[in-house]
Design a protein around this ligand. Structure first.
Ligand code: HEC
Ligand code: HEC
Length: 223
């Protein structure tokens, strides 16, 4: 009886460990992908998670863990509609999506962009909108939430600095057409709906040309 009990207890203890060991860890999914279902994240988001400006793949390194996890869940559920990311996120378990979010949130923000940067001229209209907003239309300055030069603030306000211009513009359009969930309190859906079509490219150019912060902002230390 005692032996059986002991065996049961041992099995119970081993079970979670065994399942854990069987599922590849986040670093290996990032670098090698998952069988033929998931291409390595690094093939698009860069070996250092710094993204790829030319291709318009966003940086993931150093973004908030909660933010990243929510994006992966939204791709998996199809609420954030993107043909490339939906099948990738959908092929992962809840635990794997969470693990990927933790993994990328812990990677240091790349000091120099390995993939080049958008350093085109910043239209004055882009600077004005980003730094001062446009109160007549109820649009606050983007930097009020995204931090000075868009370096990002804590868990919920992602960095815009150095993200590819095409990516930033595509996100603003996605909110305007209901292809991306509004985020906390629907803030971005409402801001994007106030923007005019000809606001998008200038403000995207402004943030794409900013240098990603190399220091961690307050709040990033949260686990
Ligand atoms: C074939 C290229 C490709 C691969 C492989 C890929 N991604 Fe992506 N990823 C993209 C693209 C393109 C976007 C932008 C989607 C959009 O516009 O909504 C993106 C967006 C994201 C975002 C949203 C970032 C943000 O700032 O909101 C996250 C998170 C993400 N990917 C995580 C991953 C993870 C984790 C993996 C590996 C398991 C991965 N991606 C593999 C191309 C890729
Ligand atoms: C009131 C606060 C607030 C203001 C002001 C604001 N944002 Fe945001 N923004 C957010 C939040 C919160 C998110 C995260 C949304 C989510 O979780 O889906 C976000 C996300 C974004 C993203 C997606 C980043 C990524 O990695 O995918 C872009 C692009 C963006 N904002 C652009 C802008 C621009 C441009 C402006 C100014 C016109 C602006 N934001 C003003 C709160 C704000």
């Amino acid at each position: 009886m005692r032996r059986i009990l002991q065996a049961v207890i041992t099995t119970l203890f081993l079970l979670p460990v065994a399942t854990h060991a069987a599922s590849p860890d986040a670093a290996s999914i990032a670098k090698q992908g998952l069988g033929d279902k998931i291409a390595p994240c690094s093939s698009c988001h860069g070996a250092d998670g710094g993204g790829n400006s030319a291709a318009g793949f966003p940086r993931l390194a150093g973004l908030g863990k909660t933010y990243l996890a929510e994006q992966l869940d939204a791709f998996a559920s199809g609420q954030r509609a993107n043909a490339v990311m939906m099948p990738i996120a959908g092929a992962m378990s809840d635990e794997q999506r969470q693990a990927m979010a933790v993994y990328y949130s812990r990677l240091p923000v790349p000091t120099a962009r390995s993939t080049g940067t958008d350093t085109g001229d910043i239209p004055a209209a882009g600077t004005a909108l980003a730094e001062h907003g446009r109160w007549a239309d109820g649009i606050p300055a983007c930097v009020q939430c995204h931090g000075p030069a868009g370096v990002g603030v804590g868990e919920y306000f992602p960095p815009l600095a150095g993200q590819p211009a095409g990516y930033i513009e595509a996100q603003l359009r996605a909110w305007r057409t209901g292809k991306r969930p509004g985020g906390p309190m629907g803030l971005m859906a409402s801001i994007a709906s106030q923007l005019h079509d000809d606001d998008l490219a200038p403000v995207a150019a402004y943030f794409a040309a900013q240098t990603p912060a190399t220091h961690k902002t307050e709040g990033d230390e949260h686990e």
